[in-house]
Design a protein around this ligand. Structure first.
Ligand SMILES: Nc1ncnc2c1ncn2[C@@H]1O[C@H](COP(=O)(O)OP(=O)(O)OP(=O)(O)O)[C@@H](O)[C@H]1O
Length: 621
């Protein structure tokens, strides 16, 4: 069965599969363009070397031909001159084409890689990414992926061009003088090996340091920018800025080391190559193949040897960057091959009733003590349940299990009689609406912020919902979030509630939906949400009175059944509400009290008032 990936157990991004999972498909997808780029690069190298060699030979041959009138008249100037012109045009064109195609191939590969990274990242969700800092993610998505342009552009192309160029060149030279070809080939391979042995170990620390330094700096910078207010209030800006400067200096130090190494390896390349050219000069003076004295052929071979610098030169940069590129590849690899903690089936049944059942559920975060122990709970379709308990007792964790953000360690959770795992992610998200503690306001218009919940909603529906949550004073076109109108804490909560009211799902999970609201607004919002679940008239004022009265007065248990018979819920949506406060408890079909991960009391409002003293005490406080 096909599966999609979701958030799961284990904090942070960790990989346990191989990079071939993404690297080969990526190469395959852009293989034609990459191959064309490689061929053009090879052509540019060969035509460049051909141009230098032919020009050298042409000048020498012309000089030699000019020694006597007969040879001067017999010498064919036109063909080599035409060859030089053709090669120079071909060189310019192929170099231009090579730059165009290799960069295009790189950008396309990076685009694919970035979308693969998003595909891998999005389903990981809060749970798996909980241990990863935001700047770190940004770094992986942007900087590390960008560093991978070295992989093809500055590593694969120069290396393959070197090998193929060398083979072609030696094949041609061997036709003139096999011994010379062998010596030149061995010399070039030896030089390349020396470069690798010099630059890779020397540059490894600096290259890795550069990649990590950039990561650390970006992470710290992002934190520094987003914590500006806090830093200013506590007078810690200078201290944090100094730490940031220190990180930057460390990063720059690695960059300087790499630049110095690049200079050193270039110098070393010139030295090795110069020695090789000298050796060839000595050898060709004794003749080239059967041509003794070699005449203009000596110049040809010498210029061939000189032109091989074009093959060697890009290798020094490639090897110096090798360690950094591999480091970035490893980090991208970790992201792309992070093992799925929760598997979602791609197709499954539809949630119709909204019946939820937890059977003996235990849960613990990775490497942490148990958070939930032996939870058994049944939420009948259309029923309203409140989960109350002290902070840290595990209420939000229980909601996270219902949305499959995490999996229970033991026990099972059934939805409409089937395990949660039977449902596709899309169906689960459709069936469950969550109003979480933190409501994210997007940098977008109020309309877009609402359409997130229901993209088919009309402006009239949006305006009506806004009026219900007391945000009617805001225009739908008002720009919210960064660079826009900031919402107060209470307004943000009400925006979250408005989103929930726009959704038509059989289950509603509320995590402290009214935290931070005043009593009157809290009562009003709960009335809306309860009426939404019940499918009744959300503006019924009698119910509002009841809930408002409950917020602080005694005697609610007697009044509430009159206003809102619990059985009414049964026709509507299943509601599970987490709360610290005991507002609207009389409207709940059941109330569960959670303490240190265990349900220590359950019943309706009346039962708990009379049978569970801590509840009664808290209620009357
Ligand atoms: N991602 C996590 N990794 C490790 N421990 C966690 C994680 N999330 C929560 N916890 C821990 O699990 C315990 C229960 O947390 P939870 O958020 O479920 O409690 P809560 O009852 O909802 O608290 P509150 O009312 O303050 O929101 C706490 O001790 C908390 O520190």
């Amino acid at each position: 069965m096909m599966t999609s990936r979701g958030p799961g157990m284990g904090a942070g991004i960790r990989s346990n599969t191989s990079s071939s999972d993404w690297l080969w498909p990526l190469l395959k997808r852009h293989s034609l363009m990459m191959l064309l780029g490689l061929l053009l690069s090879l052509l540019a190298l060969l035509t460049g070397m051909g141009l230098l060699s032919l020009s050298g030979w042409f000048l020498s041959a012309t000089a030699l031909a000019g020694l006597t009138v007969t040879t001067a008249q017999a010498f064919n100037f036109f063909t080599p001159a035409g060859g030089v012109r053709a090669l120079s045009i071909a060189r310019t064109a192929s170099r231009y084409g090579e730059r165009l195609v290799t960069h295009e191939a790189t950008f396309r590969a990076l685009t694919t890689l970035r979308s693969l990274a998003w595909q891998a990242l999005l389903p990981l969700g809060e749970a798996r990414l909980g241990g990863v800092r935001r700047g770190e993610l940004l770094n992986r998505l942007v900087a590390d992926i960008d560093t991978l342009d070295h992989l093809y552009l500055r590593l694969a192309v120069p290396l393959l061009s070197f090998l193929l160029g060398l083979l072609t060149l030696l094949g041609m030279l061997a036709w003139l003088d096999p011994a010379l070809a062998l010596i030149l080939g061995t010399g070039l391979l030896f030089s390349a090996l020396c470069l690798l042995l010099l630059t890779y170990p020397l540059g490894r620390k600096a290259a890795q340091g550069q990649v990590q330094g950039r990561r650390n700096y970006r992470v710290a910078l992002l934190e520094f920018i987003s914590a500006q207010g806090e830093l200013a209030l506590f007078g810690a800006t200078d201290r944090y800025r100094a730490a940031l400067d220190e990180l930057e200096l460390g990063w720059q130090h690695c960059q300087r080391q790499l630049a110095a190494l690049a200079g050193l390896s270039q110098g070393f390349t010139i030295l090795l190559h110069g020695a090789l050219v000298l050796l060839i000069l000595l050898l060709v003076s004794n003749g080239v193949g059967s041509n003794q004295p070699p005449g203009a052929l000596a110049a040809l071979v010498l210029f061939v040897a000189l032109s091989t610098m074009e093959l060697l030169s890009p290798l020094s940069t490639a090897f110096a960057q090798l360690a950094g590129t591999l480091e970035a590849a490893n980090r991208v690899d970790d992201l792309l091959t992070a093992p799925p903690g929760v598997e979602f089936v791609s197709q499954g049944p539809t949630v119709t009733e909204g019946r939820i059942e937890l059977r003996d559920v235990d849960f613990a975060y990775p490497d942490c003590a148990p958070v939930l122990k032996g939870i058994s709970l049944e939420l009948a379709p259309g029923s309203c349940t409140a989960l109350i308990g002290k902070t840290g007792s595990g209420k939000s964790s229980l909601l996270a299990l219902l949305t499959r953000s995490w999996e229970p360690v033991h026990g099972e959770i059934l939805l409409d009689g089937l395990p949660l795992a039977a449902y596709s992610e899309a169906e689960l998200r459709r069936a469950i609406t969550v109003v979480s503690q933190r409501v994210h306001v997007f940098s977008a218009s109020l309309r877009d912020n609402l359409l997130l919940a229901n993209e088919a909603a009309t402006d009239a529906e949006l305006t009506a919902v806004l009026a219900k949550v007391d945000l009617g004073h805001l225009a739908l076109d008002a720009w919210l979030g960064d660079g826009g109108r900031p919402l107060s804490g209470g307004e943000t909560r009400r925006l979250g509630i408005a989103r929930a009211l726009l959704r038509d799902s059989p289950i509603l999970l509320l995590d402290e939906p009214t935290e931070g609201l005043d009593r009157h607004t809290e009562a009003q919002m709960l009335r809306l949400l309860l009426a939404h679940c019940r499918g009744g008239d959300e503006s019924a004022s009698e119910n509002q009175d009841v809930i408002e009265n409950q917020a602080g007065a005694e005697g609610l248990a007697e009044r509430s059944p009159k206003a809102l018979a619990k059985g009414e819920c049964k026709q509507g949506r299943t509601l599970l509400m987490i709360s610290h406060r005991l507002t609207a408890m009389a409207q709940m079909d059941q109330i569960c009290v959670l303490e240190q991960g265990q349900i220590v009391a359950r019943g309706d409002h009346g039962q708990l008032l009379s049978e569970f003293a801590p509840y009664a005490r808290q209620y009357r406080r």
